[in-house]
Design a binder for this molecule. Sequence first.
Ligand code: IPD
Ligand code: CA
Ligand code: CA
Length: 297
Amino acid sequence: MALVGRSAQEPASARRTSAAGPTPLETHAPMAATALMNVMIGAARKAGRSLTRDFGEVENLQVSVKGPGNFVSAADHKAEEIIYGELAKARPGYSFLMEERGVVVGADQSHRWIVDPLDGTTNFLHGVPLFAISIGLEREGQLVAGVVYSPVTDELFTAEKGKGAFLNDRRRLRVAARKSLADALVTTGIPHLGRPGHAVFLNEISGVLKEVAGVRRTGSAALDLAWTAAGRFDAYWERNIQPWDTAAGIVLVREAGGTISDLSGGSAMFEKTEVLATNAALHKPLLRLLAEAPAAA
Ligand code: IPD
Ligand code: CA
Ligand code: CA
């Protein structure tokens, strides 16, 4: 694989900025995508074209009396049908877990696609261009591949187990190198009022805000994870988050050298519906900080 930008001989440590600022990304000649990646990318891009067309329409509907609610729900389902059709055609028999359609048990239960066709629905509904398509693949219960695609920015985040994580096929992703919480930009999601995790979240954020450089809430868990993999964010945590929100992003973070766990440091992210993604240095301090938050208000 030819390095176009930086020297391949340069030690990894030297390629990082000193205080840990964003980790420079190596630029490669376009990667030859595997057959599996081509299938996932094809499905994501096709659904992305559909969402992009509908996103344009949403802006017009903002001012209508009925608002864009039903239209967005239709756009979401349409994108999911496109992804389902593409993946089922390319890999007949694989099982599915999809946000809208739910569980589809295929003849091949050792493979399962985990799909969120539109992650960031509230943003989409309001004309905020922060949303993504998320497609993960599990083999024998292990996450092995993930694609997060942001159609508006045309950023495509891809990762396969053991093969690294990439942005638009050519930039190798690495989590940020920051070692101090005081320098860290942390992203999170807010469980809705009345839903599990809301009260404890208020305690967590109050503790985290005192220790870190800043906190963001993008409204798309898939982008939170992809951007953490890319070193834009130093960490991401969320409660009451579902497998379709995180499956692809988990592979991205791991392949970018990050650490990802449930909020006790274990790997039951799907079962506990919670996640913390960071680089190795910040993982324990953040786990500790979150554990210190009182369980309820
Ligand atoms: C939501 C987004 C949001 C997260 C929520 C998710 P949706 O997914 O990922 O960032 O905070 O928990 O439900 O509803 O937009 O697909
Ligand atoms: Ca989602
Ligand atoms: Ca969704």
